[in-house]
Design a protein around this ligand. Structure first.
Ligand code: ADP
Length: 331
């Protein structure tokens, strides 16, 4: 509880102990994953075998319309480095897609094609059915909101309020509407007291909130977040993800670039992994966490609770238990 109050994420096994204690009304303490596995294995093997409930399907039936359609996309930078090789991918409207892969695998290069900052060397990118090769960045920005990995590469206005107003003016909105939406965003993001401050004086978490507020004020249908949680404390991470979730709940399409395996476990609807510019995996978190070879190639390690659930599979724990809540539910 103290760690949470300080905004620090606790180790996942400690969170598991905490949640089990709350569920059972008696304290559980695990020194680490090894002890958790030993205790739970003992407990589960003493239980009469029960038919394990199958995990609830996490996939929402996507609408057939593609928000983003990538067809045989290849891209080479001017210095000759090929960043994308024959990538084909369709992101249905309303999907929450996680894009992962080691550094340099082409994630940012791919995402920059969604907003027209880069144009395909070969192949096509369609946003809501329109070829990005024929659209300019401001036109694409009406559909796609792109939040850069580094907010300082995005923020350029002298004040927070100006930063939010910029995209709205670019859309040709009347001054009164711009003022109304800026005020609305400042309130929603708790940035009222920062309105006239230079963004550079804010913390990293706040600067990320400013870029997200500025992007969402323009009401895009697609939100692309490039490592939105990197460098943030737990509290700021949770806030950022809650905003992405709210956008998705309202029907928006989300493409989220991350290395965060806990996030993949929580939001495992669809994960796409790039390796050296190619799509090497496209599936659910469940499938991904079973593929040790692929995890190693992508330089990922399944979260502690997923590994614990795998160790307990012989004792009836279903493979779909990926989060603390899901594992506690079946124990
Ligand atoms: P990721 O987002 O997965 O870390 P990037 O899309 O940034 O990967 O990079 C993919 C490849 O393209 C890397 O080899 C990287 O060095 C190269 N690259 C990225 N940006 C540039 C650039 N502006 N000029 C030349 N090469 C680049």
């Amino acid at each position: 509880d103290e760690m949470r109050a300080w905004g620090i994420g606790a180790p996942q096994i400690a969170e598991l102990a905490r949640a089990l204690s709350a569920k059972r009304g008696r304290p559980h303490r695990f020194a680490g994953p090894g002890e958790a596995a030993r205790v739970l294995r003992r407990e589960l093997s003493a239980r009469p075998p029960a038919s394990a409930p199958s995990p609830a399907p996490t996939t929402r039936a996507p609408s057939p319309r593609a928000s983003i359609a990538i067809e045989n996309l290849s891209f080479t930078y001017r210095d000759g480095s090929t960043a994308l090789r024959d990538v084909s991918l369709s992101v249905p409207e309303g999907q929450f897609l996680i894009l992962a892969g080691p550094n340099g695998s082409g994630k940012t290069t791919l995402a920059k094609h969604f907003i027209g900052l880069l144009k395909p060397a070969a192949g096509r990118v369609l946003i809501d059915g329109e070829d990005t090769a024929r659209l300019r960045v401001p036109q694409l920005a009406r559909s796609v909101g792109y939040v850069f990995q580094n907010p300082d590469h995005q923020i350029f206005a002298a004040t927070v309020a100006e930063e939010i107003a910029f995209g709205l003016r670019l859309q040709g909105l009347e001054d009164a509407e711009v003022r109304r939406r800026v005020a609305e965003s400042l309130t929603e993001y708790g940035l009222e007291s920062c309105a006239t401050l230079p963004p550079a004086t804010l913390s990293l978490g706040e600067r990320r909130q400013v870029t997200l507020a500025a992007v969402l004020a323009t009401r895009p249908r697609i939100l692309v977040l490039d490592e939105p949680t990197g460098g943030l404390d737990w509290q700021s991470r949770e806030e950022m993800l809650a905003r992405a979730q709210a956008f998705h709940d309202a029907g928006g399409t989300v493409v989220l670039i991350t290395h965060d395996v806990r996030l993949m476990a929580e939001r495992g609807e669809r994960i796409v992994i790039l390796l050296r510019g190619r799509v090497c995996f496209d599936g659910s978190a469940d499938e991904l966490f079973r593929r040790r070879d692929l995890l190693a190639q992508a330089q990922l390690t399944a979260p502690p609770v997923v590994r614990l659930a795998q160790r307990l599979a012989r004792f009836g724990v279903p493979p779909g238990a990926h989060t603390v809540a899901e594992l506690v539910d079946v124990l």
